[in-house]
Write a protein that binds this ligand. Sequence first.
Ligand SMILES: *Cc1c(COP(=O)(O)O)cnc(C)c1O
Length: 421
Amino acid sequence: MKIDTIALHAGYQPGNGQPHVLPIYQSTTYDYDSSEHIGKLFDLSVDGHMYSRISNPTVACVEEKIAALEGGVGALCTSSGQMACMIALLNILSAGDHFISAAAIYGGTINLFAVTLKRLGIECSFVDENASDEEVEALFRPNTKAVFGETLANPALAVFDIERFARLAHRHGVPLIVDNTFATPVLCRPFDFGADIVVHSTTKYMDGHAVQVGGAVVDSGNFPWDNGNFPGLTEADESYHGVRYVHDFGKKAYIVKARVQLMRDFGAYPHALSAFLLNLGLETLPLRMERHCKNALEAAKFLESHEKVEFVNYPGLEKDRYHALQQKYLPNGCAGVVSFSLRGGRERAVRFIDSLQLASNVVHVADIRTLVLHPASSTHRQLTDEQLAGAGITPGLIRLSVGCEDLSDILADLEQALAKA
Ligand SMILES: *Cc1c(COP(=O)(O)O)cnc(C)c1O
C-alpha cells in the first residue's frame, strides 16, 4: 500500500458487522477466563492486553498504523514527544553511558539531554551536524550507546544527513535514533536511509489539529542488538522471570522491551481517547502535508524577496544551505515550518508578530492553522547563548508554522504585518 492508503487503512480493518471507525476502548483492564492465562500474559508468553498502563486496543491500532507509516516492525505510543525521546534512549542507556546528539534539535530535547539525563548519569555530547566525519568520530567513547538527530530540526530547519550519521553510528556498533516529527513519514522515512529507531512528537503534524499532546517510538527491527554492546536486550530480565528480549522477540526485541519494561515502570501511556483523536489526524496526514509544503514554500519565497527580511531558513529554497540535503531526504517538500529574521532584530520581530491577524501567536507548531512564535523568548528561553547558537537561533528569529488556509490569505497577513513592523 502507498502512504495515503496506509494512513487511512493500516491498524484497523473491521470484520463483518464491526464498527466502521476505530472504537474507543475506554477500559483500564481486560477480562480473562483463567488465572493461568493471566499468568502467561505476565510471563509474556502469550499476546494480549492486561492493563492500560502498558497497552490498550485503541492505542494498539494507532501504534500499528504509525509503524506501518514508518515501515517499522512495531511502535509504542507515549503521552508526549518528550517521553518518546526519553524512552527511546533509556531503553538502551543506563547511568555511566554516553550518547551523541546533533546540536540543532528541539529546545525541550536539549534540556532533557543536557540537564535531566545528565542528572541520571547519562552524558550527551552535542555536535554540529555539519562537522566532518573525523570530528564526529572523535566524540565516540567506549561507553557511547547511541546517536540522535532530527530529520528537519525544530526550529533551525537544518536537514540531518541520516545516511552519513547512520554509517558513523553503525561503524561504532550503536543505533541511530531520528526524531522525524517535522518531516513525518509522508515526507521522509528515516529507516530507508539506515536509521534504526524513529521518535515522534505526534502533537505536531501527526495529530495536526492541536488537540492533544503525544509521542511515539518506532522500531525498524534492523539493529543487531546482540552485537555485545546491549546486554539489557540479550541478558535475562529479572523483572520478567528471565525473559531475554532478542532471544524471545527477535526483530521486535527493542520495542517489546520499551513497552513491557519502561512503559510498565513509567506509566506514560496515552489514553484511548487521545489515540482515537490522533488516528483522525493520521487519516488526513498525507493530504495536509501536501498543502503545508506548498503554502510554506510560497511563503518562504515571499519572505525571501521582502526588503525587511534579513534571511529565511527553508530548505525548499534554492539558496538554502540545506537545499541539497532536502533534495535527497525530502524531495516532495519540507513541511510547513519556515524560520526567518527581520532586519532590526528582536524589537522588529516582536512588532511583526504582534501585528499578525490571521496567524496565532502560540507555543505550538505544525497545526492546521498558521501559527507564529518567537523562540528566543519562549520555547528556547532556558538555553544559554551558546546553546541558542548551536540550535541555530538568533535573538530576532521568528518561527512561522504555515497552515492549510488559502495561500493568498496567509501572504496578505504577512504583508500587512511586515508593513507595520
Ligand atoms: C515538540 C517536539 C518535541 C517534544 O514533543 P512534545 O509532544 O511537546 O512532548 C520533540 N521533538 C520535536 C522535533 C518537537 O517539535
